[in-house]
Design a protein around this ligand. Sequence first.
Ligand SMILES: NC(=O)c1ccc[n+]([C@@H]2O[C@H](COP(=O)([O-])OP(=O)(O)OC[C@H]3O[C@@H](n4cnc5c(N)ncnc54)[C@H](O)[C@@H]3O)[C@@H](O)[C@H]2O)c1
Length: 250
Amino acid sequence: MQLDNVRHIGVLGGGVMGGGIAQILAIAGYEVTIRDLTQQILDDTKAEIEDRKWGMKRSVEKGKLGFDQAVSAMARIGYTAELKDLAQCDFVIEAVPEKLELKQKVFVELDETIKKEAILVSNTSGFAIADVVASVSASRKPLCAGMHFSNPVPVMRMCEVIHTPETSQTTVDTVRGVAEKAGRAVSMVKDAPGTYGFILNRVFAAAAREARKIVEDGLATPEDVDKAMITGRNWPAGFFGSRGGIGKQW
Ligand SMILES: NC(=O)c1ccc[n+]([C@@H]2O[C@H](COP(=O)([O-])OP(=O)(O)OC[C@H]3O[C@@H](n4cnc5c(N)ncnc54)[C@H](O)[C@@H]3O)[C@@H](O)[C@H]2O)c1
């Protein structure tokens, strides 16, 4: 699937990540269909996208999004509890909870439901893409990749694009192109079965391990570790959730 042929994107799971992903893709001009389990969840997803903290109405109020742009982006998003409504999508992003068996199951269901040439990606935080796609058909594997966004999606510009040895170059180019069209800064990363996480979470986990060790060894308090990272590296928050006693401006 070439980038220019991607018009309609499906998002499986309209939670914290799926809603944000749908929002930025609709603003980028894509037709988007979100599939979740119940109408009640979908109503909540719609409220999140349109009315809540990172939603489109707030973006209009802050002058970050035009009124007409927001209205047309909202109209481009469809909500459904039926998997079959993703059948005509050119590209589907899976954003269901971080359980490997669930992801493997929905990948098989999607493989059987969507067009044979459609791209299928996972927003997993860290399962190897090879494991997530383990049971899809051989013809789908070149069309599978990872697309790891960061929360809150409308605010955080990062997207890691993860590719396996089986991901085709066309798929890599298209996934990257979709992310860039949606205003993301793309980092490419190879899939690494046997590890958990890609760039962002692995680097963060290593730093968090050191922070915990400094505290466990009695070298500094959690507050002082947080204060050092907030004031010395401009981090918006510390590892331990404290502000290091430096006031509400942080
Ligand atoms: N929350 C984060 O900060 C964050 C950041 C990056 C990546 N991720 C990853 O994104 C994925 C989703 O995380 P989230 O925080 O959005 O979870 P979430 O629990 O907020 O949302 C998941 C949604 O999937 C729905 N769902 C469950 N089974 C489904 C099915 N079979 N079909 C359709 N929808 C189904 C749930 O009803 C729920 O609305 C996870 O893999 C997570 O690791 C999360």
